[in-house]
Design a protein around this ligand. Structure first.
Ligand code: AMP
Ligand code: GLY
Length: 424
């Protein structure tokens, strides 16, 4: 089979490595992929947002199955366009990807179907939003409606910060048209859990839970990033919480999307907060999380391609999805300065002994054929072990064996999970 994976980060590298375990897979094309992915797939220089280019390539190569991983092409209708050419895909159509593409849509969906989430107000007029924040309970959370590279959420600890957030999103258009509307919502507290799920629109199968570490620096300080590391499973996600999520969140969401004529097929990501009033939805993503995928897929104990095809064919209920009972930890090695500005072009050394355990996110190949840094998040060092402490230690061992100039990582990935385990 010829497989095409759209995207070019650590998440896509993890998907590609897992897909290749299936013996029927002959060639994997990554569009655009990256310098590290090039060791495992044929990288083709077509951007993930170039829908026409992606479709033309897929038709020309006779692609048998396409996996569209990032939010942008999904929201732009990449799956719709590929399906129109008869190419089976993993990923939601645009009318379902809106669950991530518009926060106003997802909040209204949750309200209409009684799915637990933070209380909220929607504004399309900056003056009204500014008036509202004068009396809103503080802290408050200001969110741009549309996609904003994971930066469209501002937790305002004071009224001034809330006002500044409204002005920068709605008036200064920091995120362009994504800020035409905003959601202002109640600040929730509690541990966060990421649950990725497979769904064919009728059946939903949660994957093993995970915990992201979004802040740039140790002890959850510094700026918000795309994610500096993950562990799986997440100790806060107990069997009791899982059952409650299935009943109150996962199934109601799948049914709601179907009832709206927006059947969701693909990976639906539930960003949850376990509050004292039970689990609530912080956000939905219409795709695999990054770097959650880098700990979830290594623990998948069955064939990924078979499960993905079952999703596409509406046969998920008849397909076994199994996870190992081990633990995984992924530590991101980033470029110093990320998520703000950083230097690029430093040579990356990955010893052969650990190459299998390193997912490459931000790297390209220079004219000398060397792997060099090209992004903020550069590598994801992932270890799978019997226990969480062993997984954390092994992941840092991998981190310490790879090298590039200006590298930095958080040193406390998994610390909060260890504490939760100790308290359980
Ligand atoms: P999002 O981009 O929606 O994942 O939001 C980024 C981060 O902001 C989340 O992972 C949470 O840590 C935080 N966040 C979002 N919404 C809320 C909320 N209502 N209350 C508290 N924290 C939130
Ligand atoms: N790690 C969070 C996300 O993928 O959105």
């Amino acid at each position: 089979m010829k497989i095409m994976v759209v995207g070019g980060g650590g998440r896509e590298h993890a998907i590609i490595k897992k897909i290749k375990e299936n013996k029927a897979v002959e060639t994997v094309y990554a569009l655009p992929g990256n310098g590290g992915i090039a060791r495992d797939a044929v990288c083709v220089n077509i951007g993930a947002k170039d829908i026409d280019g992606i479709v033309a390539f897929a038709v020309e190569k006779g692609i048998d199955y396409a996996i569209v991983a990032p939010d942008d092409p999904l929201v732009l209708g990449c799956v719709d366009a590929l399906e129109a050419k008869g190419i089976p895909c993993f990923g939601p159509r645009a009318n379902a990807a809106i669950i991530e593409g518009s926060k106003v849509f997802s909040k209204d969906l949750m309200k209409k179907y009684g799915i637990p989430t933070a209380k909220y107000e929607v504004f399309d007029d900056a003056e009204k939003a500014l008036e509202y924040v004068k009396t809103a309970p503080i802290p408050t959370v200001v969110k741009a409606d549309g996609l904003a590279l994971g930066k469209g959420v501002i937790i305002a600890m004071t009224r001034e910060e809330a006002r500044d957030a409204v002005i920068s999103i709605m008036q200064d258009k920091q995120f362009g048209k994504s800020g035409d509307k905003i959601v202002i919502e109640e600040f929730l507290e509690g541990p966060e859990v990421s649950v990725l799920s497979f769904t064919d629109g009728n059946t939903v199968v949660p994957m093993i839970s995970s915990m992201d570490h979004k802040r740039a620096k140790d002890n959850d300080t510094g700026l918000n990033t795309g994610g500096m590391g993950t562990v799986a499973p997440n100790p806060y996600y107990t069997a009791g919480i899982a059952a409650e999520c299935m009943e109150k969140i996962f199934l109601p969401t799948i049914r709601a999307m179907k009832a709206e004529g927006r059947t969701f097929k693909g990976c639906l990501y539930f960003g949850l907060m376990i509050t004292k009033d039970g689990p609530k939805v912080i956000e939905y993503n219409c795709r695999f999380g990054d770097p959650e995928t880098q700990v979830v897929l290594p623990l998948l104990d069955c064939d990924l391609l078979t499960v993905m095809q079952a999703v596409t064919n509406g046969k998920l209920a008849d397909t076994e999805v199994k996870f190992s009972d081990k633990h995984a930890c992924c530590v991101i090695l980033a470029s110093e300065g990320y998520p703000e500005s950083y230097k690029k072009g430093f040579t990356i050394d990955i010893p052969d002994a650990v190459a299998d355990k390193v997912y490459v996110a931000g790297a390209s190949v220079n004219e000398k054929g060397e792997l060099v840094t090209s992004g903020g998040r550069v590598l994801g060092c992932t270890a799978v072990e019997d226990t969480l402490p062993a997984a954390i230690e092994a992941a840092y061992g991998i981190c310490d064996s790879v090298s590039f100039e200006n590298a930095y990582c958080r040193r406390d990935i998994g610390a909060r999970a260890l504490k939760a385990l100790a308290e359980a």
